[in-house]
Write a protein that binds this ligand. Structure first.
Ligand code: XIL
Length: 630
């Protein structure tokens, strides 16, 4: 070989090598803001952590202390809180790069009360443009010692970003230590758009939905949303605490308006969630500054103001609204003579309802008035503010027989009352037009027959049904399990059985919404409840939803690990009375080339191997050339 042609050969090789190497370099390695190194308060200062209530005159008192430490000698003690949203906050605007997924970690140690719920969240934007995104929520006791709150999050472009810790108990005291924010390894999220679109698969049956937060509107994440979902619900951004502001009259629409605009531009419908709720709502709606209940007429005026402003602002743009969310007690075993007995009552506990408490304050019992009256008002105000929206009542534990029944009875009673209400200008139209099964289930104890029974019972009231917040974490309440292979199959079989039922009853079902895109972004992330993994790879649950009949017939069992068959796949429903239908672990049918999907994980290894070989070859050629030159 001539020297010049050898040189040309080497140059060609190096160019080829660089072409091979560029695609395997993770995009996240380019100009990455490196996050926050561990903040452990070891220098005796709060190291930039501030109280959420304000910088200098913050209500919360933050004290660096050596009473306890998760590592080193110090931690930060938070005392003097007076609101659930008070807590330590850290501005990370200049430490994170938009579009890159980060792992956020904060260790907390409860001091008082004995048990309370901690929440790790992020705030994007300030003032009226602020949006608050809850990343993870955990019930923690003092006895548990140091517990990590951790979540993954892809930050959007924003000029103000904080992370913060809240606690549902307004006066809880706690320690924090070892705050860290770092890019998730191989943090890319990619969407495989060659998979069938779920919206397309179910287009003749019902709408298919998911949830959105501010970080979901760019890149592959939004591609995935657009590909699979034709209706979206705000996970937190349209709740009263997000839209209603902390003071009366302090409404915040800017952040949500931009998101709703984008969804509409992409032909995606929006479901409004939620107007009247005991949780995630600002105190001004039903409490005085001293924490006592407003009077019935004050609360009613506030509700009317809130609904007119919010439902009015989005009038004509929402497919439907969850008008009242979770009005009933979480769980109860019998059906009372009057469904009102099972409502959340007024009080101060986490399970009470401020709306009920205020409506009871000044109610004339002799005239038949009670705290329960807020529910009917909420539906009427919403009908009048946005006559186009379909109005829903939405609740959880809806598969419990007694709870299903009282919700059905309330619906019938209010619809009968509305029929003769002078404000009703559409005599043929119901007031409550839809009932939402939240469908927050668990792999340990979901009985799909109970879901079917609820759909059937509720449809008897004449309303449409939606599955509004579906997820199936592994384990059971407050007792998460790891998503082992067996557990993933159990989960997927449950998804398949549910979707089989949804299809059978699709004449009654308007929408099925899954509560989250990928496992780490779920509010119940510890149980890996969703259809996609952190990097956007589809789970078995995806195939179960995409093709429930095929999945139950075993068509997809070799998707991950092709293996020879062992036994027939299950296609039987569990017995109706079976308390915990633990589906059998994956039976493996004949490997089938047509359904087998190449593993995404092998590709980078192959490319790296080719690159390494190329480097060695180039070095050898250079050495040989050098020797020849000598
Ligand atoms: C959850 C969100 O997913 C979390 O991010 C937030 O911290 C708490 O609320 N029922 C509902 C939803 O109606 O609004 C709740 O969403 C889950 C239970």
């Amino acid at each position: 070989m001539q020297k010049t042609s050898r040189v040309r050969y080497i140059i060609t090789f190096l160019v080829a090598l660089s072409l091979v190497l560029i695609p395997v370099t993770p995009a996240s390695n380019i100009a990455l803001a490196s996050g926050i190194q561990t903040i452990g308060f070891e220098d005796g200062t709060t190291m930039g952590v501030e109280g959420r209530d304000g910088d200098d005159d913050s209500v919360e008192i933050l004290t660096v202390t050596d009473e306890l430490a998760r590592s080193g000698n110090n931690s930060l003690l938070i005392t003097n809180r007076t609101k659930a949203w008070h807590g330590p906050s850290l501005n990370i605007t200049n430490s994170v790069e938009p579009g890159v997924q980060y792992i956020i970690s904060v260790w907390v140690h409860a001091k008082s009360p004995d048990s309370s719920t901690f929440m790790l969240s992020t705030q994007l934007g300030e003032g009226s443009a602020a949006s608050y995104n809850n990343l993870v929520e955990l019930n923690i006791s003092t006895a548990a010692g140091w517990v990590e709150l951790t979540a993954r999050y892809t930050f959007p472009e924003d000029d103000y970003i904080t992370i913060y810790v809240e606690n549902n108990s307004a006066t809880a005291e706690f320690y924090i230590d070892d705050i860290a924010v770092f890019p998730a390894a191989g943090a890319g999220f990619s969407a495989d758009l060659s998979l069938p679109s779920l919206a397309e698969v179910y287009k003749d049956h019902f709408l298919i939905g998911n949830i959105f937060s501010r970080g979901d509107f760019s890149g592959a994440r939004f591609d995935l949303i657009r590909h699979h979902f034709n209706v979206m619900t705000a996970e937190n951004a349209m709740k009263p605490e997000a839209l209603g502001g902390s003071q009366k009259g302090d409404y915040n629409f800017a952040a949500v308006d931009a998101m709703v605009d984008t969804l509409e531009e992409n032909g995606i419908l929006v479901h409004g969630h939620a107007l009247v709720w005991h949780s995630q709502s600002p105190d001004w709606l039903y409490l005085n500054d001293d924490g006592s209940f407003l009077t019935r007429s004050q609360a009613r005026a506030n509700m009317q103001d809130y609904i007119n402003t919010v439902a009015g602002h989005y009038a004509g743009r929402m497919l439907s609204w969850d008008v009242v969310n979770e009005a009933f007690q979480p769980s109860f075993g019998h059906v009372p003579g009057n469904w009102r007995e099972m409502l959340r009552q007024g009080g101060t506990g986490a399970e009470s309802s401020g709306w009920f408490g205020a409506y009871a304050n000044g109610a004339n019992a002799d005239a038949g008035e009670s705290g329960a009256d807020y529910i009917y008002d909420a539906f009427v105000f919403t009908r009048l503010a946005d006559p186009n929206a379909i109005l829903y009542y939405n609740d959880f534990n809806e598969t419990e027989q007694a709870k299903r029944e009282v919700i059905a009875r309330m619906t019938v009673e209010f619809n009968e009352k509305w029929a003769t209400d002078p404000r009703n200008t559409e005599p043929d139209r119901l007031l409550i037009e839809g009932l939402g099964l939240q469908a927050h289930y668990w792999t340990n104890n979901l009985n799909v027959r109970d879901v079917e029974d609820t759909i059937v019972r509720w449809a008897e009231t004449g309303v449409e049904i939606s599955i509004t917040e579906l997820d199936i974490p592994a384990g059971d309440y407050n007792n998460y399990k790891a998503l082992t292979e067996t557990e993933e199959m159990t989960q997927a079989l449950l998804y398949a059985r549910l979707f089989r039922i949804f299809v059978e009853h699709s004449d009654k079902i308007e929408r099925v919404t899954i509560w989250g895109i990928d496992d780490p972004s779920s509010w119940r992330s510890q149980g890996s409840p969703l259809l996609f993994e952190a990097d956007g790879t589809e789970k078995l649950a995806f195939y179960a939803v995409m093709d429930p009949e095929g999945f139950l017939a075993g068509d997809y069992n070799d998707i991950r690990n092709p293996q020879p068959p062992e036994e027939e796949p299950p296609d039987e429903e569990p017995e109706p009375d079976e308390p915990t239908p633990s589906p059998a672990p994956s039976p493996q049918p004949e490997p089938d080339d047509t359904t087998e999907k190449p593993s995404r994980n092998i590709l980078p290894i192959i490319l790296i191997a080719i690159s390494a070989a190329a480097v060695i070859y180039t070095v050898v050629v250079l050495v040989v050339l050098k020797k020849k030159k000598k």
